[in-house]
Design a protein around this ligand. Structure first.
Ligand SMILES: [Zn+2]
Length: 407
C-alpha cells in the first residue's frame, strides 16, 4: 500500500476509533462510580478485540458483527456503541449512525466529556449526510461544552471552508493555533496564509480593493509561500494604476519561488507593454534562464515574446532550447511551428527541429513499470526495481491542455 492510498484509510480509521478516547474518559468516570467490573465484561470479551482487529484490517462487515456482539454483552458500553455508529457512518449508512448516536444522547448520567464526544460523532454523521446546518450546530455545541476540543474545531473549520465562509474558517484556525504546539506552526501559517488570500478574493468580489490588498499583504506576511497572494496583490495594484506596486508584488513571487515565476509572465508582459519598455520582459526571462538552465517556461515566454516582435530567428533558438527541456509540451511545439511558418519553413531549421524532437524522445523514458512506476528508456522484461516480470507498458502521453490555475 503506498502513502497515497493509506492516508485516507488512516484518516477514516482515526474517525472510526474516536470512540476509544471517549472510552478512556468514560472508564475513569465509571471507576469513580464503582461500576468498573460491568465495563470490563464487554472490554474483556473477545468480540470487542476481534471487532477492533477487523476494523484495523478494513473488514468492516465482520467488525460490525463482532462489535455488535460485544455491545450485547454489556449494553451500557458507551464507546462500543459510539464506534458502531461511526462504522455505520463510514459505510454510508448515515441514518443508522444518527439513530445510534442520538440514542446515546438520551442516556441518563452522561458526563460532560461523554456528551461532547457523542455530539461530535453526531456532527460527523450530519456532515456525511449533507446536513450542513445541523453539523455546524453540533460542532458548535461541542466547542461550547469543551472549548479546547481540537477535533470539533478542525471539523468546523473544514465545514466553513466547504461553505466558503472564509472569515469563520480563519477565526477557528486562529483558535487552533493557540491550542496547538510549536511543531504545527509551519502548517498553521500555510493554512492561515491561504485563508487570508481567500478573504482578499472575497473582498475583491464585492469591490473593496483596499480591504482586498490588506488581506493579500497579510497572507504574504503570514506565510511567504502563499503564491496566489502575490499574484492577486499585483493584480489589484495593476487595476488601480499602481504599476510599480504591481511589479513589486510579482517580483516578490519570483524572488520567493522562481520555479513558479511563469505565473507572472503574462502579467509582466502586459505591464512592460504599458510602460513602453518591452525589452524589460526579455531581461526578466534571460535572468531566469541564467539562474535555472532547465527553465523551459522562461525560454518559451522569451521565444514567443521575440516572435511577436519579428525577431523570429532568435525566437527559434529559445523555443528549440525549451523543447529540449520539455519535449512533452504541446505548447512548445506549437510555438516552434508558428516561428517555422513565419520563416517559410526554412529547411535547415526544420531539420534542426526534427533532430531536437528525435533526440528528446530519448529523455522520455516511455516504458513504465505498472507495479512500481520505475521508468526505463528500453522495454525490459523484468523490473530492476521491484523485480516484477513483464510489468512494463509504454506510456502514452496525453494531449496537453492549457493549464488553468485558480488564483
Ligand atoms: Zn517495478
Amino acid at each position: 500500500m503506498n502513502v497515497g492510498e493509506s492516508l485516507p484509510f488512516l484518516a477514516a480509521l482515526v474517525t472510526l476509533l474516536l470512540g476509544l478516547a471517549i472510552g478512556k474518559a468514560w472508564e475513569r468516570y465509571k471507576l469513580r462510580d464503582g461500576k468498573w467490573i460491568d465495563r470490563r465484561r464487554a472490554r474483556d470479551s473477545h468480540h470487542y478485540v476481534l471487532g477492533l482487529n477487523f476494523l484495523v484490517s478494513n473488514q468492516i462487515d465482520l467488525a460490525i458483527e463482532e462489535l455488535s456482539r460485544a455491545a450485547r454483552v454489556d449494553s451500557d458500553a458507551l464507546e462500543i456503541h459510539l464506534i458502531l455508529g461511526n462504522v455505520h457512518r463510514e459505510r454510508g449508512q448515515v441514518a443508522r449512525a444518527i439513530q445510534v448516536h442520538q440514542a446515546l444522547l438520551q442516556r441518563a448520567k452522561l458526563t460532560k466529556v461523554e456528551h461532547a464526544y457523542i455530539l461530535l460523532c453526531l456532527g460527523l454523521d450530519f456532515k456525511r449526510g449533507g446536513f450542513v446546518d445541523r453539523a455546524l450546530a453540533a460542532f458548535n455545541e461541542v466547542i461550547r461544552m469543551d472549548p479546547t476540543n481540537q477535533y470539533a474545531l478542525l471539523y468546523l473549520e473544514k465545514l466553513h471552508e466547504e461553505q466558503h465562509q472564509w472569515a469563520d474558517a480563519h477565526r477557528i484556525r486562529t483558535q487552533l493555533v493557540d491550542l496547538s504546539g510549536p511543531d504545527t506552526q509551519p502548517r498553521n501559517q500555510a493554512i492561515l496564509g491561504f485563508l487570508e488570500n481567500e478573504l482578499g478574493k472575497e473582498a475583491l468580489s464585492v469591490g473593496d480593493r483596499g480591504r482586498a490588498q490588506r488581506h493579500f499583504q497579510a497572507a504574504i506576511e503570514q506565510e511567504q509561500d502563499t503564491t496566489p497572494a502575490y499574484l492577486n496583490l499585483g493584480d489589484v495594484r495593476f487595476i488601480q494604476g499602481d504599476l510599480q506596486g504591481a511589479e513589486a508584488a510579482w517580483d516578490g513571487l519570483i524572488a520567493r519561488s522562481p520555479e513558479r515565476a511563469y505565473l507572472t509572465f503574462e502579467r509582466l508582459e502586459r505591464l512592460y507593454e504599458q510602460l513602453a519598455q518591452p525589452h524589460r520582459f526579455e531581461e526578466r526571462c534571460a535572468k531566469l534562464i541564467a539562474a535555472n538552465s532547465q527553465d523551459w517556461r522562461a525560454r518559451l515566454a522569451m521565444g514567443r515574446h521575440m516572435a511577436a516582435r519579428g525577431k523570429d530567428a532568435d525566437a527559434f533558438e529559445f523555443l528549440l532550447a525549451a523543447l529540449e527541456q520539455n519535449p512533452h509540451g504541446l505548447t512548445v511545439h506549437q510555438a516552434v511551428w508558428n516561428v517555422l511558418l513565419k520563416l517559410d519553413l526554412n529547411r535547415a531549421l526544420v531539420q534542426r527541429y526534427i533532430e531536437a524532437a528525435r533526440s528528446s524522445v530519448f529523455f522520455l523514458d516511455p516504458h513504465v513499470c505498472t507495479k512500481c512506476h520505475y521508468r526505463s528508456t528500453d522495454l525490459l522484461w523484468q523490473c530492476p526495481h521491484c523485480h516484477e516480470w513483464n510489468s512494463f507498458v509504454e506510456e502514452r502521453i496525453a494531449p496537453a491542455k492549457e493549464a488553468t490555475v485558480d488564483m
